[in-house]
Design a binder for this molecule. Structure first.
Ligand code: AOS
Ligand code: ZN
Ligand code: ZN
Length: 424
C-alpha cells in the first residue's frame, strides 16, 4: 500500500475551490493566519506502533482486518498517514513487540516513508515467553533485586535498539503498584524504583532523554508507584537533567486540571512530552479531542504561553505522541482524526490574543479573560489546518481521501482479514 503524489494532487484539485473560499474568508479575519500556518506546517506528532491494530479488551477483540503483522507493515501504515496529513512523520516503537531484525533495512524503510524514530517504549508490565522472573508483583519496585535487575536490563536493551535506529528518547511506563492496602511498603517501592531508574539513566546516551510516565491507576487499583505528576517529577528531579515527566492525558483522576499541571511542568523545565488521547472515565484511550476538546485547547493554550515566551521550538523540544487504542474504529482513520484534533487545538491556541489576556489578568477582568479564550476556541480553524496540510504536500481532507482510495480494502487484500497487530 502506497499513496502517490498524483492521487493527492487530484483529490486537492477537486476540493480546492471551496477550500480557497473558506480559507480566504477566515484568513481575512485573523491578524496572524500566516504565522499559525507556519507553525502547523512544522508540527509533527508521533504515532505509536501499538495504535495500528484493534485494541480489544479482556471481554473481546474484533479485528478489522488488514492490520500490520510486523514492524515493516507498521512503518508502511504510518507512511500512509504521513503521506495524507504530512504531520505524522514519526513512529514510536515498543519492545519486545517491535524488535527489528535488520536495523539498516528498517532505517531505510522508515526513511522512504519520511519517518523518524521517536521515543522507544519498554515493557515490564507483561511476562514474555522464556522470561526467567515474573513481573506479577511489579518490576522496578520489586522486593526481589533479581526482578529489578531484569527490568533494568530490559530497559537498557531497549535503549540499544533505539540507538541503532536513531531514536533519542526512552519512555518508561511502569505498571508497578499494589492492589490491596498493606501489600506494599510505599517508601521501599519508591526507593527500589528510583534506584532501578537510576541504573537505566546511567545507560542513557548523552543526547537522550528519559520520559517518566505517570498513571493514577490500572493495572493496579490501590496504589501506583509512579501514580501522578508529583511522583514522576520527584523521580525526574532526582534522576537529573535528562529525565522528564510525560503527561498521558488519560492517566489522571477524574477532573484533574491537566492544563495547570502542564504549565507548572513547563515552568520547571521538566515537561517531557505527551501521550495524546481522550477519555470520559479513565485511561479510555479514545480519539484525541473526541470527548473534551476544550480541555485539549486549554492544554495547548498553556503550551503556547509557556513555550513561545521562552522561544522554544515545538518540533524538537517535546515528545508529542498519540497513545490510543480501542475496539471500534479503523485504527488509521482514528489516528487521522486524532492528528486533526491536535492541530485544531494548537491552531486555536495560537489565536489567543495574549497581550489582551495579560491585560485582563492584570486587571482581574475575569469575564474578559474568559471571553478571550472562548473567542479563540470557538473559531472554526479547520480551513487553516487544511491550508497548512496543502502547503506541506498533504491532502485537504485526509479522511475522505483514505476512504476514496479504499486504503483499508487494499490493506485487507494485501494482508488478509485475520490479522492481529501486537499492541495494547
Ligand atoms: C499505559 O497505560 C500507558 O499509556 C503506556 O504509555 C502505553 O500505553 C504502553 O506503554 C504501551 O506501550
Ligand atoms: Zn501512555
Ligand atoms: Zn495509558
Amino acid at each position: 500500500m502506497h499513496i502517490d503524489k498524483h492521487q493527492i494532487t487530484q483529490h486537492n484539485e477537486q476540493l480546492e475551490v471551496s477550500h480557497r473560499r473558506r480559507f480566504m474568508r477566515l484568513a481575512d479575519e485573523l491578524p496572524n493566519a500566516e504565522q499559525v500556518i507556519g507553525r502547523l506546517v512544522d508540527f509533527e506528532v508521533a504515532i505509536p506502533s501499538w495504535a495500528l491494530g484493534t485494541g480489544g479488551t479482556r471481554f473481546g477483540r474484533f479485528s478489522g482486518g488488514g492490520e500490520p503483522r510486523n514492524l515493516e507493515e507498521k512503518i508502511a501504515d504510518i507512511g500512509v498517514l504521513h503521506a495524507l496529513n504530512r504531520s505524522s512523520g514519526a513512529i514510536s516503537l515498543h519492545i519486545p513487540w517491535d524488535i527489528p531484525e535488520d536495523y539498516a533495512a528498517i532505517r531505510s524503510l522508515a526513511q522512504q516513508n519520511g519517518l523518524v524514530f521517536d521515543a522507544m517504549n519498554s515493557n515490564t508490565f507483561q511476562d514474555q515467553p522464556g522470561q526467567t522472573l515474573s513481573y506479577k508483583f511489579g518490576s522496578m519496585q520489586h522486593v526481589d533485586k533479581a526482578v529489578r535487575k531484569q527490568a533494568v536490563e530490559h530497559n537498557i536493551e531497549v535503549i540499544k535498539h533505539g540507538i541503532e535506529l536513531g531514536s533519542k528518547s526512552l519512555t518508561v511506563w511502569l505498571a508497578d503498584g499494589s492492589s490491596f492496602p498493606g501489600q506494599l511498603n510505599f517508601r521501599k517501592a519508591f526507593q527500589n524504583t528510583l534506584e532501578s531508574l537510576q541504573e537505566v539513566y546511567e545507560a542513557l546516551p548523552g543526547d537522550w532523554k528519559m520520559f517518566v510516565e505517570y498513571k493514577a491507576f490500572e493495572p493496579n487499583f490501590y496504589s501506583t508507584t509512579v501514580g501522578d505528576w508529583g511522583q514522576s517529577l520527584l523521580y525526574s528531579n532526582k534522576l537529573g537533567d535528562k529525565a522528564y515527566t510525560l503527561v498521558d492525558l488519560g492517566h489522571h483522576l477524574p477532573n484533574a486540571n491537566i492544563e495547570q499541571i502542564v504549565a507548572l511542568l513547563l515552568m520547571e523545565g521538566k515537561l517531557g512530552g505527551f501521550h495524546f488521547n481522550d477519555s470520559k472515565y479513565g485511561d479510555d484511550d479514545l480519539t484525541t479531542g473526541s470527548v473534551k476538546p476544550y480541555q485539549l485547547f486549554l492544554i495547548f493554550n498553556e503550551l503556547v504561553e509557556g513555550m513561545d515566551n521562552r522561544g522554544m521550538d515545538h518540533t524538537n523540544d517535546l515528545g508529542w505522541m498519540i497513545d490510543a487504542s480501542h475496539n471500534l474504529k479503523d485504527p488509521l482513520e482514528d489516528l487521522l482524526q486524532s492528528v486533526e484534533a491536535i492541530l485544531i487545538a494548537y491552531a486555536q491556541a495560537l489565536l489567543v490574543d495574549r497581550v489582551a489576556l495579560v491585560e485582563a489578568q492584570a486587571a482581574n477582568d475575569v469575564v474578559r479573560a474568559q471571553e478571550l479564550l472562548q473567542q479563540a476556541f470557538r473559531t472554526d480553524v479547520r480551513p487553516l489546518v487544511a491550508e497548512a496540510r496543502l502547503r506541506a504536500g498533504g491532502a485537504l481532507n485526509p479522511l475522505q481521501l483514505f476512504r476514496e482510495l479504499d486504503v483499508r480494502g487494499q490493506l485487507i487484500s494485501e494482508r488478509g482479514t485475520k490479522t492481529t497487530a501486537t499492541g495494547l
